[in-house]
Write a protein that binds this ligand. Structure first.
Ligand SMILES: C[S@@+](CC[C@H](N)C(=O)[O-])C[C@H]1O[C@@H](n2cnc3c(N)ncnc32)[C@H](O)[C@@H]1O
Length: 286
């Protein structure tokens, strides 16, 4: 599974360290990484997403299981407008706002794309990236990908629920397309906890699929997103079946709802820095 020219280095490596976090067993895998991210991600990205290509009699609720993990880089690239830009700019923002000797959280890290983008650019001393996901299949694959890389800033992978995960001494927190999967009634408390973990001047990068207050605009923005997916090779059947699978699983909110929650949680300023169709990314300043 080696890549030509890649340097495989896992230092220090604690294979499986089980600890209890808020009632859940988690697996904490501490890896030191180098920046050969493109190699690992590119290999996974070679698996095309055809999960919804065939007509299904029953469409089950979407989940981040092994089947999704095996095609995830291709799925997210072809489904989320601006995904590559958002991941890359997460690294840029982290490098701009990280403070020495603090934690940088990637909550809902999936295969670690945003973690690696941060690890590649953050130069401040004593930082560590703490990456959390509650899908065992994701964390297994993220471990394999990240272990092929080496960067100055270490990445810790945790198999755990972000709800109740201890957040401390942070200067950067990132939730790229994950809050939308958290139960609506639990979002306020989670965002408040994130705000309280951040030092003054720290940032929260939040990227989400959004909905629009105005139904007519919402329909137009959704149709433009579907055009994006269609032009990326998804059939109307795939788009429709995936949409059914995500119903009541991915629950989008308006930008105004996000902004209000962030202000209520104690963030001083909220700025949208990326917006394309019904997807956006914002940065909130503590
Ligand atoms: C769309 S993916 C995130 C993509 C990722 N941030 C990236 O930039 O590539 C959503 C991820 O959130 C994770 N997730 C959903 N709910 C979670 C929870 N309560 N705790 C931890 N992870 C969660 C899923 O397992 C999935 O890997």
């Amino acid at each position: 599974m080696g890549c030509k020219g890649s340097k495989v280095q896992i230092l220090p490596f604690r294979p499986i360290q089980k600890s209890r976090v808020s009632g859940f067993f988690n697996v904490c895998i501490i890896l030191s990484t180098n920046s050969n991210r493109e190699c690992g991600v590119a290999m996974s990205a070679n698996n095309p997403d055809q999960i919804y290509a065939q007509q299904r009699e029953v469409i089950e609720r979407f989940s981040f299981d092994q089947q999704v993990v095996s095609v995830f880089p291709d799925m997210i690239r072809r489904s989320v407008p601006g995904y590559a830009t958002i991941v890359e700019m997460t690294g840029v923002l982290a490098a701009r706002y990280a403070k020495p000797n603090t934690n940088l959280y990637d909550l809902g890290c999936s295969l670690g794309a945003s973690s690696l983008a941060m690890a590649k650019l953050v130069q401040q001393d004593g930082c560590r990236i703490v990456s959390v996901d509650n899908s065992a299949a994701m964390i297994d694959q993220a471990t394999a990908l990240i272990s092929q890389s080496t960067t100055a800033t270490p990445i810790e992978l945790h198999l755990a629920d972000v709800l109740g995960f201890p957040l401390t001494n942070a200067s950067v927190a990132v939730m790229n397309f994950t809050l939308q999967f958290i139960a609506a009634e639990k979002r306020d408390a989670l965002v408040t906890e994130i705000a309280q973990s951040l030092a003054p001047g720290g940032i929260f990068v939040l990227s989400e699929k959004i909905r629009f207050e105005d139904d007519a605009e919402d329909a137009i923005q959704q149709s433009m997103h579907h055009a994006f997916k269609f032009n990326n090779g998804y059939s109307q059947l795939e788009i429709s079946q995936k949409r059914t699978a995500l119903e009541n699983v991915l629950i989008p909110e308006t930008i105004a709802e996000h902004r209000q929650r962030l202000i209520n949680a104690g963030f001083q300023k909220v700025h949208v820095w990326f917006h394309c169709f019904n997807f956006m990314s914002l940065v909130a300043f503590r």
